[in-house]
Design a protein around this ligand. Structure first.
Ligand code: DQA
Length: 149
């Protein structure tokens, strides 16, 4: 019997404050809103989804390691500020065989120059920036449509 396909969604530091933190940049929706929309979409497509937010680099890395072993087919990751600093998250993603889509709520290329470089993009199969929280749903849509069940 085929197992249910699984996707992991990782949210990096400070994204627990979504809706309250700089709403002029990140919008009014909360992280719970984002995760509920993702859950609804995944379940209706017959996928399992796990959503995890952490302010700690190692917790995100441990979740990527676990995804290598539990049959997860794809990872959607908004590494937040770790995008611009974390060789360790890049290395962890390089050890994951499935698809990786990097999402940013804001258009990082329109912002400060230190946000223009992403370590994670060296591994990501796709990158979405500047679509607000719709970027997460676009990433999930792409995974559902193109990853084999
Ligand atoms: C972000 C952009 C990053 O530069 C920033 O550090 C974040 C959020 C985004 O979703 O637009 O925390 O990843």
């Amino acid at each position: 019997m085929p197992t249910t396909p699984r996707v992991l969604v990782l949210h990096g530091p400070n994204l627990n404050l979504l809706g309250a933190r700089q709403p002029e940049i990140y919008g009014a929706a909360t992280l719970d809103d984002v995760n509920s929309l993702l859950l609804e979409k995944a379940v209706s497509a017959g996928w399992e989804i796990d959503c995890l937010q952490s302010n700690h680099e190692g917790v995100l890395i441990d979740a990527i390691h676990a995804a290598r072993l539990d049959g997860t087919l794809a990872i959607i990751i908004n590494p937040a500020a770790y995008t611009h600093t974390s060789v360790a998250i890049l290395d962890a993603l390089n050890a994951f065989d499935g698809r990786v889509i990097e999402v940013h709520i804001s258009n990082v290329h329109k912002r400060e120059s230190f946000r223009h470089h992403s370590y994670i993009s060296l591994r990501a199969d796709g990158v979405i920036a500047g679509l607000g929280i719709q970027g997460y749903l676009a990433a999930l849509e792409a995974i559902i449509r193109t990853d084999k069940k």
